[in-house]
Write a protein that binds this ligand. Structure first.
Ligand code: HEC
Length: 140
């Protein structure tokens, strides 16, 4: 009885991971671009950039994001290699040219393996991480 429950649970986990992955792929298995809705672009970061805010963003990033996106934000992590749905590289042009609001929205809502962080972080915390990830490209 116990064993069959374990098997059932593992099957559910595997199936949900598989369906999460296909959610972010087109029919050829190519990862589809993740585009925030236009209204997200209108959101303005209420925080003023400064050391305290960036330190806060860095602490959250180190605890919650490094495992997939890497210390330098280039997504070169062991886990990223093994994932079918690739985490984003934050040092590339296509990431950096989007608005803070779009990044805030993606972080809040999540997609597939990327969980919706609005369930665990406050808006202020999310904005501080948005600010921090945008600085990663400058550290290269
Ligand atoms: C379990 C691995 C994982 C963790 C942990 C994780 N992410 Fe992600 N993240 C992903 C994946 C995978 C994607 C790509 C999603 C897609 O495009 O379908 C992604 C995408 C993103 C994007 C969208 C980039 C874009 O322009 O499309 C942002 C922003 C982001 N992550 C920030 C973060 C931050 C900040 C944290 C920590 C608070 C975090 N992620 C934690 C896996 C992860």
């Amino acid at each position: 009885m116990k064993k069959s429950k374990t098997i059932l649970f593992s099957t559910i986990v595997v199936l949900s991971i598989l369906s999460f992955n296909s959610f972010a792929q087109d029919a050829t298995g190519q990862q589809t671009p993740w585009v925030a809705p236009p209204e997200a672009d209108k959101l303005v970061n209420p925080l003023e950039e400064g050391k305290a805010v960036l330190d806060k963003g860095k602490a959250i990033y180190t605890a919650e994001c490094v495992v997939c996106h890497g210390t330098y934000g280039n997504a070169e992590t062991n886990i990223a290699e093994s994932l079918e749905q690739k985490p984003k590289n934050f040092t590339k042009e296509d990431f950096l040219t989007q608005t803070d609001g779009a990044i805030f929205w993606k972080l809040s809502e999540g997609r597939g393996l990327m969980q919706p962080f609005k369930t665990m972080l406050t808006e202020e915390e999310i904005w501080s991480v948005v600010m921090y990830v945008k600085t990663l490209a400058q550290d290269d």
